[in-house]
Design a protein around this ligand. Structure first.
Ligand SMILES: [Zn+2]
Ligand SMILES: [Zn+2]
Length: 207
């Protein structure tokens, strides 16, 4: 997944980071942090495509508390310090945040997907692309689909609804610009989803 600049802000069914979330009219309840009760920050949205009978086209809206950095268990899948909300693609509108809290990031960029046929792992794929194209590695936004790469322990979450291992959806870098980057403690964010009826999705950090 490679950085791609964007023009004016408008609702979209594609993968975009920063700005306001796109959601079906009236369907998004902005998530609140379980620990500080403040409104979470919108990080970005990931487009997922229908895959057999277990999935539909959807957007995963990624949120994390930024009101008290490091104090709201932001990196844990089940902590309530972050949230992944799954919405459909019909009637998308930009959603305004609640009036208080660190709710938005002052940047907006999209992602272009570059298929990598063969790579030892995510870091070598990212480095290989940057070297081959003469581009800064910060332009690599992460990995979408494929197999999860873990630097440490495999922390694939279990779906709280059905008890199955959740499916790897994306690995995310902090972003292309130090001033506006997401705060993953210098590590990566991992996004998972489940194809069961509950359509669960989770985010966790490894840093
Ligand atoms: Zn919080
Ligand atoms: Zn499930």
């Amino acid at each position: 997944m490679i950085n791609r600049p964007l023009d004016a802000e408008q609702a979209t069914d594609q993968t975009v980071f920063g700005g306001r979330p796109s959601a079906p009219l009236g369907r998004l309840m902005w998530p609140q942090c379980r620990w500080c009760q403040g409104a979470m920050q919108f990080l970005g949205q990931l487009r997922i495509d229908a895959d057999g009978d277990r999935d539909d086209d959807a957007l995963l809206l990624l949120f994390m508390c930024r009101n008290r950095p490091g104090m709201c268990h932001q990196g844990e899948a089940e902590s309530g310090g972050n949230a992944v909300l799954r919405v459909g693609l019909a009637d998308l509108q930009l959603v305004d945040p609640p009036p208080t809290g660190k709710t938005l990031r002052a940047t907006r960029y999209a992602a272009a997907v570059t298929p990598i046929e063969q790579a030892l792992d995510y870091p070598s794929a990212a480095m290989g692309w940057a070297t081959a194209t003469g581009t800064d590695t910060r332009q690599v936004l992460g990995q979408i689909g494929g197999t999860a790469h873990w630097e440490e322990l495999d922390e694939t979450p279990t779906c709280p609804a059905c008890g199955e291992a959740m499916r790897f959806t994306a690995l995310l870098e902090q972003g292309p610009d130090r001033k506006t980057e997401m705060n993953f403690g210098g590590g990566w964010a991992y996004v998972f989803r489940c194809g069961c009826a509950a359509k669960t999705a989770r985010l966790l950090l490894q840093c």
